[in-house]
Structure formats: C-alpha cells, structure tokens
Ligand binder design. Structure first.
Ligand code: FAD
Length: 145
C-alpha cells in the first residue's frame, strides 16, 4: 500500500501566559506520539518560535483524519498545506512524531531558510521544507524524544 504524505506550516499560538512553552510542546508531542503510534502515522514537527512545520505520513484516510484534528487545534492557526501526495516510502518511519526545535546544532541549519535567521515559510516551496527536515534530522541532537 502506498504512503500518503502531508506537509503543512502554521503560526504558533501557544499560550505564553500559561505553562512554559516547553511543557506545552511536550503535551502536544505526547498526544501526537500516542495517537500516531495507534494510527500508524509517522512524521516530524519543527517548532521554530513563530512557526510549526509538520510532515505526516501514513494511510491516506488516516493522515487526513489526523490532519483534520490538528487543523482545528487552537494552539496554532493559519494552517497552510504546502504539499499532499502519495510517496513511495516513509522517511520518518522511526518517529511516531519527532520534534525538532532550535538548539546549538539545529540553529545553523534552520537559519539558512530565511533572512535574519528567521524561517521564511511563506515563500518556501515543498523542497525547502523537506530539506529543513532532512538536514535537521542528520543532527544527532535534533529530535527531542
Ligand atoms: P485529547 O484527549 O483531546 O487531549 C490530549 C492532551 O492534549 C490532553 O492532555 C489535553 O489537555 C491536551 N490538549 C488538547 N487540546 C488542547 C489545547 N487546545 N490546549 C492545551 N492543551 C490541550 N495530534 C495527533 O494525533 N497527531 C499529531 O501528529 C499532532 N500534531 C500536532 C501538531 C501541532 C502543531 C499541534 C498544535 C497539535 C498537534 N496534535 C497532533 C494535537 C491535535 O491537534 C489534537 O489536540 C489531538 O490529536 C487530540 O487528540 P485526543 O482527542 O486523543 O486528545
């Protein structure tokens, strides 16, 4: 069976008056990992302060169902699909959801994707998003478990 993949970006709308951002990210990650493991969905999530960028892979119907849940989540908004297509194989088969954040190692990579070190997601094409995931994934410390 083929693999379906969605890539989207969205604007961070985490509640900065509530728990720390890290705790909120951890909640999102835990829910994602347990739901995705149940549903056979894999992927990765970049959190770069202003933006979330996510790749979701799996069965077409399940990926759309997952995406529909994610899209209505108030912790982000302006969810924008960059690409949705069948692909030959999973790239993130080991990750029910890997979280990539800025750290000393990933910053230099993420800073390549826009001026002044800010990712310029509105003008990026799908190849750019995939490159950001692939390059970050080569950094040992990129994925928070
Ligand atoms: P629930 O039982 O409804 O909630 C699970 C946990 O999340 C609970 O601890 C609850 O307190 C907390 N929670 C839920 N909504 C909020 C909220 N609005 N504010 C604060 N805490 C809240 N879900 C996936 O299944 N797979 C993914 O890959 C995935 N990726 C995501 C990426 C981003 C950027 C964001 C913002 C969310 C993502 N989610 C993902 C979460 C998704 O939007 C839904 O919240 C989740 O799928 C609901 O699952 P549930 O019904 O099992 O969880």
């Amino acid at each position: 069976m083929g693999i379906f993949r969605i890539v989207y970006f969205s604007e961070n709308h985490l509640d900065y008056d509530a728990d720390g951002v890290e705790a909120q990210l951890e909640t999102i990650l835990k829910t994602s990992q347990s739901n995705n493991a149940r549903d056979g969905v894999t992927g990765a999530l970049i959190f770069d302060d202003l933006w979330f960028i996510q790749v979701l892979e799996g069965d077409r119907e399940t990926v759309w169902k997952t995406f529909d849940r994610i899209r209505s989540d108030e912790r982000h908004h302006s969810v924008t699909i960059v690409d949705a297509r069948d692909v030959e194989a999973r790239e993130y088969g080991e990750w029910s959801m890997g979280l990539i954040t800025r750290n000393a190692d990933t910053a230099a990579i993420l800073e390549e994707f826009g001026p002044n070190g800010k990712m310029n997601v509105r003008s990026m094409k799908v190849e750019g998003f995939l490159a950001a995931f692939r390059r970050s994934a080569t950094v040992g410390s990129a994925f928070a478990a």
